[in-house]
Structures are given as C-alpha cells and as structure tokens.
Design a protein around this ligand. Structure first.
Ligand code: AMP
Length: 284
C-alpha cells in the first residue's frame, strides 16, 4: 500500500497517474474509519481507476481544543481496513507542518451564506477550516470525483459551492448516511460514548423519523416543538439545535413551499459527545 506524508511527493505521483490517463477518486476523512467512511471508499473504487483516501485530523476546523485533543486517532487499524478493501488504495496521511507550509491557519471563505447557518453559527470558524483543508487537498490530489457523506449535509453543500465558485473540474458525489443496526448514524465520535450514552443515542434517529412522519401533515413550528420537547425529556440527551431548512439554501424554513426540498437537521449532546444527524422531509 502506498502511504504519502508529504504533499509534493503525492502531487508528483498523481501527475504520473494522470499522464497515464488514470481517473482519480478521492475520499477525504479524519480517520478512525467506520463502515460509513468505507461506503464512500467503495463507491470511489467502483467509479475510478485509482482511489486516494486522506486521513488527517485537521486542526483548523476544530472550534473546541478539547474535541481536537480527544478526537480518536487509529491510523494502523485504518490502514488495515483500507488494505482489506483494496491494497491499491493510495493513502495520504499528511504531516500538518508540511501540509500547511508551517502556518496552520484558515483562509476566509464566502459560501454565499451557507456557512452562516446551523453548524456555522454553532461552530465559529468551522467552515473556514473545512474550506481551507479541502481546497488544499483538492490541489494536491486533483481528483476527477470526490466523495462526501450526507451525514454532514451542510458540509456537502459547502463543498459543492467551493467547487462551483472556484471553477474546479471535480464532480462531488454525495453518499447516503450509513447507520448502525439500531439507527445511530455512524461516526468516529461514537466510540467515545459511555455505555449509557451509547444506549441512549439511537433515540436521535427515532425522533428524526417521527419528525418526518409529522412533516407530511403538520406545520413546521409544531414539528420543531415536538422534537425540542421530546429530546429535552430524555435524561441522557441534550439538544443543541433542531432546524428544518431548505436543502439548497440551508435557510430555516417557516412554512413549506411546494417544489422546495427540506431536511431536518439535528445536533445533540450525549454526555460530552456532540452527535450530528439529518433526515429528508417529504410533504404529502
Ligand atoms: P469525517 O472523517 O468524520 O470527517 O468524515 C469523512 C467523510 O465521511 C465525510 O464526507 C463524512 O460526511 C463521511 N461520513 C462520516 N460518517 C458517515 C456516515 N455515517 N455515513 C456516510 N458518510 C459518512
């Protein structure tokens, strides 16, 4: 398996592949890989001649230093999981100093307001960090296609905007949320849940599914109150926000407009762990 730590070396290698006419698929991750990540990788392996997976706990996208410090890092296991899928996968495991040329800081981005909603409000600077790392990764990997999970739906829309605004020749492929059998959205952070909080966490998806049923008939305010009250009543879960927003603009919806697509977006703390999820809402 090829593992690159320095961007210049990977860039040279990618250029040699491109000269041979190979198509490149790219899956950016922060590691601690699970089946959700692997679903993205499998799609890339299917669609492209070569697949690059980056594993990088990017410091500039963390607004909480404790979260950065405690973020799980399992590089050896990640490598074996990827090797099992295909020994042909190219791993980029950047050295932060080299990747950022010694200046670990974010660039500022304008994503036409997408960056100011939900996660943008609750995690200041997060999307500048995401934009900075993904733009730099795209410059090194120069993929034809890049794969992003709908679990981080706002991030997915922001990456599409990044590509559009910078006229990058990259196709962004969204991948549906991969869940545990009990419905909890897979996340690297799940392994940090205590036993009680892990047992409580599938409730989040149950409530999201109930909100989707209510969306068929009820108004938005009623659904928001239902979710707020239901999560608040749970002993082990604390709601940070629940928002019903337009899929394209991510602006909070106050009423349903025919032809628009909506999603419910939720963030819940289970103890110290911040869990994020979302669901498609369809009006009958
Ligand atoms: P992360 O390592 O958390 O930054 O995630 C890397 C990529 O995997 C992002 O595009 C995520 O949206 C995606 N991803 C993470 N968890 C899941 C999941 N449960 N289902 C689908 N995609 C996911």
């Amino acid at each position: 398996m090829k593992v690159f730590r320095y961007k210049k070396e990977l860039k040279n290698y990618i250029e040699s592949l491109k000269n041979q006419g190979k198509s490149i698929g790219f899956v950016p991750t922060m590691g601690a890989l699970h089946q959700g990540h692997l679903a993205l990788v499998k799609n890339s392996l299917k669609d492209n001649d070569k697949t690059v997976v980056s594993i990088f706990v990017n410091p500039t996208q963390f607004d909480n230093p404790d979260d950065l410090k405690k973020y799980p890092r399992t590089f050896k296991t990640d490598m074996s999981l990827l090797k099992e899928l295909s020994p042909e996968i190219i791993i980029f495991y950047p050295d932060a100093e080299d990747f950022y040329d010694g200046k670990i800081q974010s660039e500022h981005f304008d994503f036409d307001g997408l960056e100011n909603e939900m996660e943008g409000k609750h995690r200041p600077g997060h999307f500048d960090g995401v934009g900075t790392v993904v733009k730099k990764l795209f410059e090194v990997v120069q993929p034809d296609k890049a794969y992003f999970g709908e679990k981080d739906f706002q991030q997915l829309q922001i990456i599409k905007k990044l590509v559009e605004k910078h006229h990058l020749p990259i196709k962004i492929i969204p991948i549906p949320i991969y869940r545990e059998p009990d419905g909890l959205a897979m996340s690297s952070r799940n392994r940090r849940l205590t036993q009680h909080h892990r047992a409580a966490a599938p409730f989040i998806y149950q409530v999201l599914k109930q909100s989707a049923v209510l969306f068929e008939k009820e108004n938005i305010d009623t659904i928001k109150k239902f979710v707020e009250n239901t999560i608040d009543a749970h002993a082990y879960l604390k709601l940070e926000y629940f928002e019903i927003a337009d899929e394209q603009t991510l602006k909070p919806a106050t009423q349903k407009i025919t032809g628009n697509k909506y999603r419910g977006f939720i963030v819940v703390y289970a103890g110290e762990i911040r869990l994020i999820d979302n669901i498609e809402l369809i009006s009958k």
